[in-house]
Ligand binder design. Structure first.
Ligand SMILES: NC(=O)c1ccc[n+]([C@@H]2O[C@H](COP(=O)([O-])OP(=O)(O)OC[C@H]3O[C@@H](n4cnc5c(N)ncnc54)[C@H](OP(=O)(O)O)[C@@H]3O)[C@@H](O)[C@H]2O)c1
Length: 330
């Protein structure tokens, strides 16, 4: 009998006492056709990971499971003609970390179609400092900047201290846009200004806007990660021909509006789904993050942890108390 190679992974198991996650030694399986084995160097913590690692069956149906919707590392073996051993890569999205074992592990096996080559100007650590949140922010920004220029007006960013929000602020500020951060954390206003926010609106302020179909125009664009009444009030306060990108539901998945912002002001509401974003466009977004839009010292904005520290950070994330992005060194 041959002994299989083993590796460490943050495994979530369903037990009589509920879902329990811990670092376990597990066996490496053989590669199927078109799959690659990535020796993981970094992963990052996203809200979906916190849900998966705490037993949310809307995200992950079957346990035991390894969460982690993104990973960056080096191809250790390849059953695909497109990717060679030794290449540095990023894998995010599709089913990674949901019902396919994910990035919270020393080794990750994925179909080669899920893999993007790491741009030369990015390290694996920087790639995961962006992670899925950075990719999502980049897609939102691509949609806005196609038609909206810095001189056209202000861009609103909701969920501003979160992964998507904080990275969107850093990138748009580098591109010279004037930014209004919308945040529920008064203690973090100074940090938001440091990232590049010019003004800050508290969650309470925007939620208290008048309940009318259209409001005084304040913004020409927005990156919205929260949905619900905050997104409603952003759309109602967007000026003629503005572009609002919608990527998240941290507050609510509901949206109650009239058609007036769209038919009287020509506002565009752009949906963003990083999970199924086309591969060619995905590579372009990573190239933008690596070159033109690169945030200096991006890894300094993150806390670097080990697999053993994940439980503590996941709890903080689920309690809405996480203040910085978390990257996992493998
Ligand atoms: N569509 C996609 O492809 C895609 C990809 C990645 C993420 N997402 C989604 O985007 C959203 C943000 O992701 P993330 O990684 O940035 O998450 P995150 O780091 O947890 O940040 C979410 C932020 O939203 C704000 N928030 C939290 N609860 C809220 C509430 N009840 N009402 C209003 N604001 C609230 C908080 O910011 P403040 O305290 O500063 O307000 C929080 O930091 C999530 O819904 C996630 O599932 C979607």
């Amino acid at each position: 009998m041959t002994t299989r190679k083993t590796f460490r992974a943050f495994r979530t198991e369903e037990t009589e006492n509920g879902f329990i996650s811990s670092v376990k030694e597990i066996e490496l399986r053989d590669l199927n056709e078109n799959e690659v084995l990535i020796k993981a160097e970094y992963s990052s913590l996203n809200y979906k990971d916190a849900l998966s690692a705490s037993g949310n069956k809307g995200v992950t149906r079957n346990y035991p499971h390894t969460a982690g919707i993104d990973v960056a590392g080096t191809i250790e073996s390849s059953n695909s003609e497109k990717l060679n051993t030794g290449e540095k890569v990023i894998a995010t999205s599709y089913d990674l970390g949901m019902n396919t074992d994910g990035g919270f592990a020393e080794y990750v096996i994925v179909p080669s179609d899920w893999v993007v080559k790491l741009p030369k100007n990015l390290s694996t650590k920087e790639a995961m400092a962006y992670g899925t949140a950075g990719l999502t922010a980049a897609i939102c920004i691509q949609k806005i900047t196609r038609t909206i220029k810095p001189e056209d007006g202000k861009i609103a960013i909701s969920g501003a201290t979160g992964g998507v929000g904080s990275l969107a602020i850093s990138i748009l500020s580098k591109l010279n846009y004037k930014l209004v951060a919308i945040s529920g954390k008064e203690s973090e206003y100074e940090y938001l200004h440091k990232l590049g926010a010019n003004e800050i609106l508290s969650r309470q302020e925007i939620e208290a806007f008048a309940n009318k179909p259209l409001l005084k125009p304040l913004f020409i664009g927005a990156v919205d990660a929260v949905g619900g009444s905050i997104l409603e009030n952003i759309i109602k306060s967007t000026d003629a021909n503005g572009v609002v990108s919608c990527c998240g539901n941290a507050a609510s998945f509901n949206l109650s509006l009239t058609v007036f912002p769209f038919i009287l002001r020509g506002v565009s509401l752009m949906g963003v789904d990083s999970q199924n974003y086309p591969m060619q466009e995905r590579q372009k977004a990573w190239d933008l993050l690596a070159y033109e839009w690169k945030i200096n010292q991006i890894a300094d904005f993150c806390d670097e942890i080990k697999l053993e520290d994940l439980n503590e950070k996941i709890k903080l994330m689920l309690d809405g108390k996480l203040k910085r992005r978390v990257i996992v060194k493998l």
